[in-house]
Design a binder for this molecule. Structure first.
Ligand SMILES: CC(C)(COP(=O)(O)OP(=O)(O)OC[C@H]1O[C@@H](n2cnc3c(N)ncnc32)[C@H](O)[C@@H]1OP(=O)(O)O)[C@@H](O)C(=O)NCCC(=O)NCCS
Length: 175
């Protein structure tokens, strides 16, 4: 079960420096500050941070194109990986995606990164194709994953299963 002190909240400009510090540890080509400012100003984006007490431990974001949701980033500080934070962040993104009428969601993940593929598979994402040499440093293919019928009851039930497995209150139970 996740720590009760863990909170998911909207990302704001004041979080850019700490998010960039996390990305420096997690990505070989992290976004710069200007890109982040643009992302946070765009209505078609949704970015959230995970806060444990006073510490920002991770973040995640998506891009909305009509009813298609693109998960653009999920990162957790290496000191806090394996504690379930990414699962909570992705759960939050998918709840948001459903609330804005998203019908399907997609993302790319390194072909070599089986653990992260399992993280997404837990939510029902399935591999649908490969982008050859999509990643540069180090060179790797991308597996394209899709979650269809995002707005359907089956996905809703799956999210509730993950929610209960990680000990988070159901959507309707939150005050
Ligand atoms: C990928 C990343 C965000 C994962 O963060 P994390 O907080 O460590 O993830 P979680 O603790 O939620 O762990 C995911 C777990 O869900 C697991 N899982 C999958 N299905 C499961 C199930 N049915 N029941 C329980 N666990 C399950 C995964 O296998 C993994 O388990 P493990 O910790 O035992 O290996 C993090 O490693 C990271 O920041 N990596 C670098 C950036 C990156 O590659 N981002 C992804 C871009 S596509």
């Amino acid at each position: 079960m996740l720590a009760a002190s863990l909170v998911i909240e909207p990302m704001a400009n004041r979080h850019i420096d700490i998010v960039r510090a996390i990305d420096d540890r997690c990505y070989s080509s992290p976004w710069g500050a200007a890109t982040w400012r643009t992302e946070l100003a765009e209505e078609t984006r949704c970015h959230v941070v995970a806060r444990k007490g006073d510490e920002i431990v991770g973040h995640a974001g998506l891009l909305i194109i009509l009813d298609e949701i693109h998960v653009t980033t999920v990162a957790v500080h290496p000191d806090h990986q394996g504690e379930g934070f990414a699962t909570l962040l992705v759960l939050h993104l998918l709840d948001h995606a459903r609330s804005v009428g998203g019908a399907s969601a997609t993302l790319e993940v390194r072909a070599s990164d089986r653990r992260t593929q399992r993280l997404y598979a837990r939510f029902g994402f399935q591999p649908a194709g490969v982008r050859q040499n999509y990643y540069a440093v180090p060179v790797d293919d991308a597996i394209i994953m899709w979650l269809h019928d995002l707005d359907g009851s089956e996905v809703g039930e799956r999210l509730d299963v993950v929610r209960s497995e990680i000990g988070v209150a159901a959507e309707g139970d939150r005050t």
